[in-house]
Ligand binder design. Structure first.
Ligand code: HEC
Ligand code: HEC
Length: 376
């Protein structure tokens, strides 16, 4: 993930200032006719040219034509080891995923591999849209795994491990056989077997204005389709299985999640409005707020409630269970603060909690205190 460090901010500010001053300077030069000495360059000391190594470290994208793909290889067998050690806790042994994480494999057939179009994508009643159903380029998978996975330790895989784990995923989807070794040499052939390789929309004339790409979005403003076809809905029984959606949304933007504690047939517009009003009044309270944010507010702002609820298990344990477990344990506050900051797994099951390095020491203390009081 991209984090803007102070150093980077400094360099960026330098660049912006430099650009502004340069504009000014060239204007001044253009007005003052001949023989004016070149303006001094106060920005010359700011920033420095990025080194080739720095550029290389950033420039990791892999294009659809495989430009940028590093040489390497990995077998399905090796990939299974990587998968079971580093991926299965979230994505399931067979890529079917646990209840909360994206399913990777499933829904594709031998026929799809022939046609390059995934037939199940056209079925509104098909319950899942897995990664292997949607993705059209194998390079996208390589790139995504290399840059973003495992979720709790991105960029930690070696090049050959990325090849191997991708080979394993492809073998689960029967795109490659079980004894296959994927490499930069044969990945283009594998592309020819991707189940949804022909499912991608091509960049056509439709998005061009007078022969140029439509950067204003004006082509989309005519003859728009007016009827929307919602293809998937939460089944009623699952409405609030991860808590109240309305309370988990961010307070920006016009679209609020439904209040899923209400019955499914309640008027959705009225519920959404009530949620927005509630959220807005909460924002005002925070803005006026006291010096120390209360623990429940920290938990909300830090998105802890995406995975935890007070009184029942979601992805992580309920805070009541946590309070119960550590009742009377004098070392618990310190231990839990470290665990929340650094993340970890194994105490409540196999699913790991990612680290929360953004929390200040005060906020950590306050949120832990609130959690440990949750049992009372
Ligand atoms: C801690 C849980 C976790 C672990 C471990 C993990 N993932 Fe993921 N994975 C996720 C989440 C969450 C997403 C969705 C991320 C998003 O949409 O921003 C995801 C998305 C993906 C996707 C893309 C899904 C899509 O259709 O967009 C792939 C492919 C993937 N993971 C592969 C892997 C591989 C390979 C590993 C092991 C090297 C791994 N993951 C380990 C949580 C995890
Ligand atoms: C992506 C999901 C996720 C998020 C976000 C998350 N947690 Fe967790 N949390 C978990 C999981 C999973 C566990 C169980 C880990 C284990 O078994 O060791 C856990 C465990 C815990 C525990 C018990 C630790 C122990 O060792 O007994 C506490 C306390 C906790 N989380 C607090 C927080 C707080 C506070 C936040 C927000 C700053 C937060 N969590 C955000 C998933 C999450």
């Amino acid at each position: 993930m991209f984090r803007c460090t102070d150093r980077m901010r400094h360099v960026l500010a330098g660049l912006l200032i430099a650009a502004g001053v340069a504009g000014y300077a060239s204007q001044a030069l253009a007005q003052a006719k001949p023989a004016v000495a070149a303006a001094p360059k106060p920005w010359a000391q700011l920033g420095r040219v990025a080194t080739p190594d720095e550029i290389k470290a950033w420039d990791i994208d892999v294009r659809a034509d495989f430009k940028g793909l590093p040489a390497g290889s990995g077998s399905v067998e090796k990939g299974q080891e990587v998968w079971e050690a580093k991926c299965a806790s979230c994505h399931g042994i067979f890529g079917e995923s646990t209840e909360v994480f994206t399913p990777i494999v499933g829904g594709t057939t031998k026929e799809d591999i022939k046609t390059g179009r995934v037939a199940n994508l056209t079925r509104p009643d098909y319950p899942q849209r897995t990664t292997m159903m949607k993705v059209s380029q194998v390079s996208t998978l390589w790139d995504y795994i290399n840059r973003a996975m495992p979720w709790n330790a991105p960029k930690s895989l070696k090049t050959d491990e990325v090849y191997a784990v991708l080979a394993y995923i492809l073998s689960l989807a029967e795109v490659v056989p079980e004894d296959f070794t994927l490499s930069d040499k044969n990945i283009a052939q594998v592309q020819q077997r991707m189940p949804n390789r022909n499912g991608k929309l091509a960049y056509t004339e439709m998005w061009k204005v007078s022969g140029k790409p439509d950067v204003q979005g004006s082509t989309c403003m005519k003859n728009c389709a007016t009827d929307m076809d919602v293809r998937s809905m939460l089944p009623d029984h699952a409405r609030d299985s991860h808590g109240n959606l309305a309370e988990q949304n961010r307070v920006v933007g016009p679209f609020r999640g439904a209040d899923t504690l209400q019955p499914p047939n309640a008027n959705p517009a009225a519920l959404a409005k009530a949620a927005t009003t509630k959220a807005a009044s909460e924002t005002v309270q925070i803005a006026k707020g006291t010096a120390q944010k209360p623990g429940d507010q920290i938990a909300k702002d830090a998105n802890c409630l995406a995975c935890h609820a007070l009184d029942r298990k979601l992805v992580g344990p309920s805070f009541k269970e946590v309070a119960e477990k550590y009742k009377g344990d004098a070392k618990a506050p310190e231990m839990l603060a470290a665990k929340i900051r650094n993340g970890g797994q194994g105490v409540w099951g196999a699913i790991p909690m990612p680290g929360n390095a953004q929390l200040s020491a005060e906020d950590l203390q306050s949120v832990v205190k609130w959690i440990l009081e949750a049992g009372r």
